[in-house]
Structure formats: structure tokens, C-alpha cells
Design a protein around this ligand. Structure first.
Ligand code: TXA
Ligand code: MG
Length: 321
């Protein structure tokens, strides 16, 4: 089993030296936990892909402490980038820009662009500070599975990696992966919606294009089935829940707005009514539902009122694809 360690000064130093020596460490961010390695180390990146069982074409995000560190990773840092970083960094916004030659090609699937973001979680920041250089990291889950929002989730994912160190950082309070904004094309495009919404971005970058939904296209990690429980998962409208449950021969789990609409022996996991709270609870709830080991998870479709609900709906669609 991987080891969860307290993020005290000694362990942060140890984690930083593992990364500097070409190793891999799991660490918390405000969005989800990440599986980190040195951005400039080719072999370290390959190790991340091996542990995660990630297709080599799907690029990693380079995590940076601040703007000067971002400039060691990307080129073409213009006034838009400056304004975006000043408005939203540190925080859940990732920018895709042309890369510097030093970035390990294996960490970005050989692309000419690289994604960068500056996390706000204090443990991530201390780790970046101690390492002194950018840390490339995907979410610390096996490919296609639910992203981890607690150190224990990382252990569940990588139970066969006894040497993996996991820095303890509590619950990731955003709970959904960062917004990925591609600035490398003619018109800025959100490749993955997140807590930083289009409405927050457009005052700075102008009109923001929607993703192409090109499957394995521009952002390979956004393939349609993703963030998925092992159990079959289905979305259902509130009006149809009663009927759907009547047609289930065995007890199922329902992520629902209210426990009352889920009669026993079915099990309800009650979800918050506000988007941010829903987002923060979603992955843990899916894990909990999965662990109950029923043959179906139903998700009551929340109303899509825009804003952060866009990101929630994106993940719900993928979880149930
Ligand atoms: O919140 C997050 O972003 C978390 C934490 C750990 O920072 N990280 C994360 O990484 O979600 P990952 O690898 O699970 O997702 C990164 C996403 C993928 O959809 C990937 O395809 C996209 O970002 N991406 C990375 N580099 C890209 C690039 N150069 N061009 C287009 N998409 C890119
Ligand atoms: Mg991921």
C-alpha cells in the first residue's frame, strides 16, 4: 500500500528530494490530488504514465508556484496570460500555451503545447517551493477512474504501489479538476470546464469557444467515458425516479436531492443543492456509491443553471457515459 504521511516540513523536504531525484509523489491540490514528477525529467514522466496506466498521448499539467516559474515552462506569456494569472492564480485555472524545449516530451505526448497551473493548496505550494521547479502531475487516479479528493482515495487507486508517498492534505475543497483554457489557438477555448467559468474568463480574454467534443481530439483526457465508477451509472430526471426505481429488481444507490424520493431498500446519498457544494461532494459520493457494490448507481439529474453547474454536468455525463 502507498504510505500517507503528514505534510510537515521534514516530509515536504523528503517529497521534494524524491521528485528532484526523478521519482513520483502524490500530493493534494485544491481541486483533486495529483501524481507529481519533475517537469523536465523524461524518465520520471514515463513512470507517472506507468503508475497511472495512462495512454502516452494524453499530456500532463505542469504545476508552478507563480508566474516566473510558469515562464520556465511556456513561451508566449502575453498580457492575457498575465491578467488571467493575476485574477485566478493560485487556483483552479490551467492555461495551454506553446511549450519550452526543456519540458520533457514524454510528459506532453510529444506536443508543441503544454498546460500550466498554479495550485492554491498550501501543501502543493510548499512542495513546489521546496522542489524549486515545476511539477507535472495528472490526477492521482488510474486512467478513466474517479479523481481522488482525499489521501485515502489515492491509496485505494494505487494499492499495488507500495513505495508511493502520499502527502496528507485533507479534502480537496473544489473537488473537480481545474478549468483547462487553450490559449494556443486563434480563439481561446475551454477544453475542460471547471470552477473558473466562461463568464469569469470572457471579461479578460473575450469570447470563449466551447470544446469540440472531439473525443480524443484536442484534449485527449476529455474522452467521453471518464471519471467513472466501476458500477453501471445512469442519469435520471427527478420526475422519472419513482418509476425507474420500481423497475429495479435489486436495491440500487441513488445520488439524490432528498432522501424521501428513495424508498428502502434502495440507498440514498443526499447531494447538496448548490453547485459548489455539489462539485465538492461529487467524487467522494461516487466512490461511496461504488463501494456499496450494487449493480446500478442512479444519479438524479440536477438542474443545469450554468456557472459551475456546467462542470458538474460535464463530469456527470462522463461518469454515466
Ligand atoms: O485540477 C487539475 O487540473 C488536476 C490537479 C492535480 O492539478 N490535474 C488534472 O490532470 O486533472 P489530468 O492529467 O487528470 O487532466 C489534465 C487535462 C487532460 O484532459 C489533458 O488532456 C489536458 O488537461 N491537457 C494537458 N495538457 C494539454 C495540452 N497541452 N493540450 C490540450 N490539453 C491538455
Ligand atoms: Mg484526470
Amino acid at each position: 500500500m502507498p504510505k500517507i504521511v503528514k505534510a510537515d516540513a521534514a516530509n515536504i523536504r523528503k517529497a521534494a528530494s524524491i521528485i528532484r531525484d526523478g521519482g513520483v509523489v502524490a500530493f493534494p491540490t485544491e481541486t483533486v490530488y495529483g501524481l507529481g514528477c519533475d517537469t523536465f525529467n523524461e524518465r520520471a514522466a514515463l513512470e507517472v504514465y506507468r503508475i497511472k496506466r495512462r495512454p502516452s498521448s494524453n499530456p500532463l499539467i505542469a504545476h508552478v508556484l507563480d508566474i516566473p516559474m510558469a515562464k520556465r515552462v511556456v513561451i508566449g506569456w502575453d498580457v492575457r496570460c498575465q491578467k488571467l494569472a493575476e485574477a485566478f492564480w493560485p487556483g483552479p485555472l490551467t492555461l495551454v500555451l506553446p511549450r519550452r524545449a526543456e519540458v520533457a516530451p514524454s510528459s506532453i505526448g510529444g506536443r508543441s503545447t503544454v498546460a500550466v497551473r498554479s495550485p492554491s493548496h498550501q501543501v502543493a505550494r510548499q512542495l513546489l517551493e521546496a522542489t524549486g521547479s515545476p511539477i507535472s502531475a495528472p490526477s492521482a487516479n488510474r486512467t478513466g477512474r474517479i479523481s481522488p479528493t482525499k489521501a485515502e482515495h489515492v491509496v485505494e487507486e494505487f494499492s499495488d504501489e507500495p513505495d508511493l508517498m502520499v502527502l496528507e492534505g485533507g479534502t480537496s475543497h473544489v473537488g473537480l479538476e481545474s478549468t483547462v483554457l487553450d490559449l494556443s489557438r486563434a480563439r481561446p477555448m475551454v477544453l475542460r470546464p471547471g470552477a473558473i467559468t466562461k463568464d469569469m474568463l470572457s471579461p479578460i480574454v473575450g469570447e470563449v469557444a466551447d470544446p469540440l467534443f472531439a473525443g480524443q481530439g484536442s484534449s485527449p483526457g476529455t474522452s467521453s467515458r471518464h471519471y467513472a465508477p466501476r458500477t453501471r451509472t445512469e442519469m435520471v430526471d427527478t420526475a422519472n425516479i419513482e418509476r425507474r426505481l420500481q423497475s429495479c429488481p435489486d436495491p440500487v444507490v441513488v445520488l439524490a436531492s432528498r432522501a424521501e424520493i428513495v424508498p428502502p431498500p434502495h440507498v440514498a446519498i443526499v447531494m447538496p443543492s448548490e453547485a459548489k457544494e455539489y462539485a465538492a461532494k461529487l467524487y467522494e459520493s461516487l466512490r461511496q456509491a461504488d463501494s456499496l457494490d450494487r449493480n446500478l448507481i442512479l444519479i438524479e439529474r440536477p438542474a443545469n443553471k450554468g456557472g459551475v453547474w456546467e462542470a458538474v454536468h460535464d463530469r456527470l455525463r462522463r461518469a454515466s457515459a
